[in-house]
Design a binder for this molecule. Structure first.
Ligand code: ZN
Ligand code: ZN
Length: 298
C-alpha cells in the first residue's frame, strides 16, 4: 500500500498484501481457534510447544488441533523453533474479546475529583458515560476534560485511583500522538490545530490523526506544554509542581488562557500565570514552540 493513499480512499477489502478481511474474521470466528489464542495468552512463557498448547486447549485429536492451529499460523500466530508465539494481530484479537468482559456495562456514580472550576471556582466531578470519562463543574457545568476511558480501567479502582489513571492515560496518549506515533497501530500521526474543540470549551485544540488507521485524538493545546522545557523551568523556578496534580487543574490547560493569534500559518498563544509572573508560549500548527515571553504581572 503506497504512503500517498489517503486513508478515506481505501477500503478494508482493498488490502492486497494481507489476508482478505472477511477471511481473517472467518479464521478467528471459530471456538477452537479462539481457545488456542486464549491458551497462548494465558501461558506464562511463550513460545509454547505444540503438545503443551494442545493439552492446554484440551483437545485429544492431534490432527484436528493441527488443522486449526495451521489456520491461525501466519497472520495470528507465529511458529518458531521453540513452539508457537503470538503475532500482533493474534494478541489484538484476544484483547478485543477480553476487553468486553473486563468490566461489562459498568455503572459509576459521579464522584468528586481534585481541583476547582476554571470559571466559577465550583466543585469538579467526574462522570462515566458511553466509555468516556468527563470532568465537569457541578455548579456551572463547564467541561474540563473529556476522553475515552476503557471500562476495564474501572476494575478494582477507587474513585481516586480512576481519576489518577484517567489523568495519566490522557497525558501519555497525547504525548505519544504529539510525538507522531499512533497508540493504536504504531503508524505515523500528523498533528493539526483546530478551533473546533469538540465538547471542550477552549479556543483551540490539537487534532492528531493516524495516516494509517485514521485513529484520532483531540486535546487542548495546553496539554502539550505539560512537559515542555520552558514551562517546566518556569514552574521549577516558582517551586510549583506540574506532575503531582491532574492536568484539568491547570487553568491554562483546559480554560480560557489560549488565544488564536493567526490561523494561516497557525499561531496559538497559551498564557500561564504563576504568582506575580506570566509565561506566554506561542505554538505553531505542529505544536512546536515558536516564541516564549516571560513577564511580570502588574
Ligand atoms: Zn464552574
Ligand atoms: Zn493508527
Amino acid at each position: 500500500m503506497s504512503e500517498t493513499d489517503a486513508v478515506e480512499d481505501r477500503l478494508l477489502t482493498d488490502c492486497v498484501d494481507c489476508l482478505d478481511p472477511a477471511e481473517a474474521f472467518a479464521v478467528v470466528g471459530n471456538e477452537t481457534r479462539l481457545a488456542i489464542l486464549e491458551a497462548l495468552w494465558r501461558s506464562a512463557d511463550r513460545p509454547v510447544a505444540f503438545s503443551d498448547l494442545r493439552r492446554r486447549v484440551g483437545m485429544r485429536d492431534s490432527a484436528q488441533f493441527n488443522y486449526h492451529l495451521g489456520k491461525l499460523t501466519g497472520q495470528f500466530v507465529a511458529k518458531t523453533d521453540e513452539g508457537y508465539e503470538f503475532r500482533h494481530a493474534g494478541e489484538k484479537v484476544v484483547r478485543a474479546v477480553l476487553s468486553g468482559s473486563f468490566n461489562e456495562n459498568p455503572t459509576v456514580e459521579p464522584f468528586e475529583v481534585p481541583g476547582e472550576c476554571a470559571d466559577c471556582g465550583g466543585t469538579l466531578t467526574a462522570s462515566y458515560v458511553d466509555e468516556h470519562l468527563s470532568v465537569g463543574c457541578r455548579e456551572c457545568g463547564r467541561l474540563h476534560a473529556h476522553a475515552p476511558f476503557p471500562p476495564g480501567g474501572l476494575t478494582d479502582r477507587s474513585d481516586e485511583e480512576v481519576a489518577h489513571a484517567f489523568d495519566q492515560r490522557v497525558r501519555h496518549l497525547h504525548c505519544l500522538a504529539a510525538d507522531g506515533v499512533c497508540p493504536e497501530c504504531g503508524g505515523r500521526m500528523a498533528t493539526t490545530l483546530s478551533q473546533d474543540a469538540g465538547p471542550l470549551d477552549v479556543a483551540a485544540c490539537s487534532v492528531h490523526r493516524c495516516e494509517q488507521c485514521d485513529h484520532r485524538i483531540r486535546s487542548p493545546v495546553g496539554l502539550s506544554l505539560l512537559d515542555q522545557s520552558d514551562v517546566v523551568g518556569f514552574h521549577t523556578s516558582h517551586n510549583a509542581d506540574l506532575r503531582g496534580r491532574p492536568h484539568w487543574t491547570f487553568e491554562w490547560c483546559v480554560g480560557d488562557r489560549t488565544t488564536v493569534l493567526d490561523d494561516d500559518p497557525w499561531r496559538v498563544r497559551v498564557a500561564i500565570p504563576l504568582n506575580e509572573e506570566e509565561l506566554r508560549v506561542t505554538l505553531d500548527s505542529e505544536l512546536a514552540v515558536v516564541a516564549v515571553e516571560r513577564r511580570r504581572l502588574d
